[in-house]
Design a protein around this ligand. Structure first.
Ligand code: FE2
Ligand code: FE2
Length: 159
């Protein structure tokens, strides 16, 4: 099925964002692993997996809309040098993702592509979940202090 050209450009740009996020989160997750923050490692790794699903769904949609997915483009990867930098960098990127998915949904509505609206809305809700996760981490760091926060990240709780 032939897709709208302008929307396909946006879908490819979102794909570059997702591929960038996968790489950034994989590095952050393994840095946390290297520091022994097992819980934080798993949380960030789960987000990398979410972004991998998003990339896969966008690739699937772009191919369905008779275009070629661009998988060779990455944006700037922002690796944090400590846990707070990581969370802040990821949080900024997630806020940007919420903004760009909202814009893409608006465009998909305008060009009458409700199938893309449904997919983009599903991804948007997951990005909002990522923003919420970062806000929780920042609230905990502010309230309990970095050292106490990090102590809680060393072990995976049984619950
Ligand atoms: Fe994503
Ligand atoms: Fe995300």
């Amino acid at each position: 099925m032939k897709g709208n050209k302008k929307l396909l450009t946006v879908l490819n740009s979102l794909l570059a964002d997702e591929l960038t996020a996968i790489n950034q989160y994989m590095v952050h997750s393994e840095m946390c692993n290297n520091w022994g923050y097992k819980k934080l490692r798993l949380d960030i790794r789960k987000q990398a997996m979410d972004e991998m699903h998003h990339a896969e769904w966008l690739i699937e949609r772009i191919i369905f809309l008779d275009d070629s997915p661009t998988v060779s483009k990455l944006n700037t990867i922002r690796i944090g040098k400590n846990v707070l930098d990581m969370i802040n960098n990821d949080s900024n990127d997630e806020l940007e993702a919420v903004r760009t998915y909202n814009e893409a949904i608006k465009l998909a509505h305008e060009v009458g592509d409700e199938g893309s609206v449904a997919l983009l809305t599903k991804i948007l809700k997951m990005e909002e979940g990522h923003v919420e996760w970062a806000e929780i981490q920042r609230a905990q760091i502010a309230q309990m202090g970095m050292e106490n926060y990090l102590v809680n990240q060393t072990e995976i709780s049984a619950t």
